[in-house]
Design a protein around this ligand. Structure first.
Ligand code: C5P
Length: 322
């Protein structure tokens, strides 16, 4: 049986969603919580569609993967700025040869991908995704963990005390207003990322911990919007895409697992929780549907890889000849 037609269709649009999810997406598209200004050229549909290699080169040239450093204002004037890493993440980590990005999707359940994932030189995981008890499916190596400010601030996740977060390199992020400078964001974060960062650093002073520069989030958002024929949610990209692009800047080649769902596609939200919602895979708050269209277009692996392993292959930016 052909696997085509069963893998992610890069032309997915919100019109293909169920009516409940479509309404949620429309609400987010209208809300514009972060004051996104429509910076793209007017007729989105008239722009020529870029090929995969062209898209990769656009990402490489237009999106700067950057983390906060103590020399940046307002941090330079704050007493705790010495807790921030001296250099941006791409100067201090890597380069790695082969990297794995492990989405937290429910379709990783019974995937049996643990050995394959652990064979990579570096493995990126997200938020509260555990390995303990799930080694057979998701592996046990964690090189980098990308966490959002909601997880950092929530009591449920016991961010400051849980051993889940205490190994590997941490990278935190929080959505900033679209046009805000760092000082404006500092006074208007979605969740108290900086208070939690300082507490965490005092408890774990030796563990590397970066914070994403919000310009990276919105530059990436702009690239998704510029590549789509319809307006996307005016909210930052999901951790999944942020982590994928972070790894593309650190690695020669990146395998992303179950971001584009395999034959195991399920409404189970996360492999580690009994919670079902199609929005986890198709997006509601995040422009996740469009992120997946973009990744499908850039994929250098086969549809068969997606179908059987939920695996996408992306080149690192350093391996591109643009
Ligand atoms: O839910 P969480 O943000 O922790 O999951 C990490 C990332 O994995 C998401 O940001 C999203 O990109 C991806 N994901 C997915 N499908 C799911 C669950 C997560 O694509 N069902």
């Amino acid at each position: 049986r052909s696997s085509k037609g069963e893998v992610w269709d890069e032309e997915m649009s919100s019109s293909m969603l169920g009516s409940r999810l479509r309404k949620v997406v429309q609400n987010y598209q209208a809300m514009n919580k972060y004051g996104v200004e429509n910076t793209g050229p007017g007729g989105v549909a008239s722009r020529p569609k870029l090929s995969g290699p062209e898209l990769l080169c656009r990402l490489k040239s237009q999106v700067q993967v950057l983390t906060l450093t103590p020399d940046l204002q307002p941090f330079a004037s704050l007493s705790w700025s010495s807790q921030l890493p001296v250099e941006s993440v791409t100067s201090e980590l890597g380069p790695y040869k082969r990297c794995a990005v492990v989405s937290s999707a429910g379709s990783l359940r019974n995937a049996g991908l643990g050995k394959e994932i652990d064979s990579h030189d570096a493995v990126l995981r997200f938020n509260a995704a555990p390995t303990s008890g799930y080694e057979k499916d998701v592996g046990s190596k964690t090189t980098i963990r990308l966490i959002n400010s909601q997880v950092m601030a929530s009591d449920d996740h016991r961010f400051l005390s849980s051993s889940l977060y205490s190994s590997g390199v941490l990278v935190g992020w929080d959505p900033a207003p679209f046009s805000a400078n760092l000082s404006q964001w500092y006074n208007k974060t979605d969740y108290p990322i900086f208070a939690q960062y300082q507490r965490y650093r005092r408890l774990h002073p030796l563990q590397p911990f970066y914070i994403i520069h919000p310009r990276f989030e919105w530059q990436l958002w702009q690239q998704i919007q510029d590549s789509m024929a319809e307006p996307i949610q005016k909210n930052p990209p999901s951790s999944g895409l942020l982590g994928t692009v972070l790894m593309m800047s650190l690695c020669d080649v990146v395998h992303v697992y179950e971001f584009l769902p395999s034959r195991r596609k399920t409404e189970l939200c996360h492999y580690y929780q009994r919670f079902y919602d199609a929005a986890c895979t198709l997006g509601a708050y995040h422009p996740l549907l469009y992120e997946k269209n973009l990744v499908k277009r850039m994929n250098q692996g086969t549809d068969r890889d997606i179908h059987t392993h939920g695996r996408v292959t992306l080149p690192g930016f350093g391996s591109l000849n643009c």
